[in-house]
Design a binder for this molecule. Structure first.
Ligand SMILES: [Zn+2]
Length: 303
């Protein structure tokens, strides 16, 4: 699942160039001013990297070629990057960066590798959709993610990925992603734990399962599914919107650690696996960039 939809940036290319400049600036490059102008390639600019030496910094000039093909979802081909050597010469650049909203075709990458191997260029790098997406999802890039991807900002705000892929929190009944509803007015998710009923002489509380659900109907359906005719009781309802407030998230995590460290309390493997997944999924929200929005006041998490 892709977090960013690059077609949010118009296909004409000019805004893609502005995005490339802002991205590379945040990445630590200096964008040459006055800008290098190439009337034939208006989608080129020069970004300068300062390589530290013993006494001084040495500028390494990169020719940045912006190609925005997200709308066609096709890789950038060799014939779309004509005259690379001439363009590098004209801009007095040492290396080549392909700033692409899709990917690079194998023949073009092979050609660039050949240029480097034969020492005609010092280096090259391809910043493709995957590379850009990985960085846009990290703290520090939130500002331009909001600026250039308004739908993304509205739908996802900024979630901090803790694994390669986004981890949703799905309602176990209707499969709605409850983590996303935290960014809407409809904050309807609830986390429910299921405790095994104790026998007469049992002292250990067993959490047998956990589910996430929409409040109301979905929750009621799942309670029926899990508890009717079984030895399970639903014992705690925690609003997802409370749980993603940092102090409550920490309290929830610590309380879990304390409880699994005592004899009075135990989890089935399945329930513990679900707790761990929920912690990771919630961390995507809790560890995100500050957005200026406050979560609602939270109640203490209790079993
Ligand atoms: Zn539901």
């Amino acid at each position: 699942m892709n977090l960013f939809d690059f077609t949010e940036i118009p296909a004409d290319g000019e805004r893609w160039v502005r995005f490339a400049k802002d991205f590379l600036q945040l990445f630590g490059f200096h964008i040459e001013t006055p800008p290098y102008r190439d009337t034939e390639n208006i989608f080129d600019f020069v970004a300068v990297e300062q390589i530290p030496g013993k006494f001084n910094y040495h500028p390494f000039r990169w020719l940045v070629s912006c190609r925005h093909k997200a709308a066609t979802r096709t890789a950038v081909k060799e014939n779309e990057e004509a005259d690379i050597l001439e363009r590098l010469l004209r801009s007095r650049a040492d290396g080549f960066i392909g700033f692409y909203s899709t990917s690079v075709s194998s023949p073009l990458e092979f050609y660039l590798a050949e240029l480097k191997n034969s020492l005609l260029i010092k280096d090259y790098r391809i910043l493709d959709a995957k590379f850009l997406e990985t960085h846009l999802a990290t703290p520090g890039f939130a500002k331009i993610a909001f600026q250039y991807f308004p739908n993304y900002a509205q739908m996802h705000q900024i979630l901090h990925l803790v694994e390669d892929e986004y981890l949703p929190i799905l309602c176990e009944h209707c499969r709605k992603d409850l983590l996303k509803t935290l960014f809407t007015e409809n904050q309807e998710g609830v986390i429910v734990r299921l405790r095994r009923r104790k026998g007469n002489h049992e002292e250990t509380t067993v959490i047998a399962n956990i589910y996430a659900a929409c409040k109301g109907n979905c929750d009621a359906e799942l309670q029926t599914k899990y508890c009717n005719g079984t030895n399970l009781n639903a014992v705690s309802w925690t609003d997802l919107s409370d749980l993603v407030a940092s102090p409550i998230f920490l309290d929830w995590t610590l309380s879990l650690l304390r409880k699994i460290g005592t004899d009075e309390f135990t989890y089935t493997t399945a329930a513990l696996d679900k707790e761990i997944y929920l912690l990771k999924a919630l961390a995507q929200y809790v560890l995100r960039e500050p957005t200026g929005k406050n979560t609602s006041s939270a109640q203490t998490t209790i079993f």
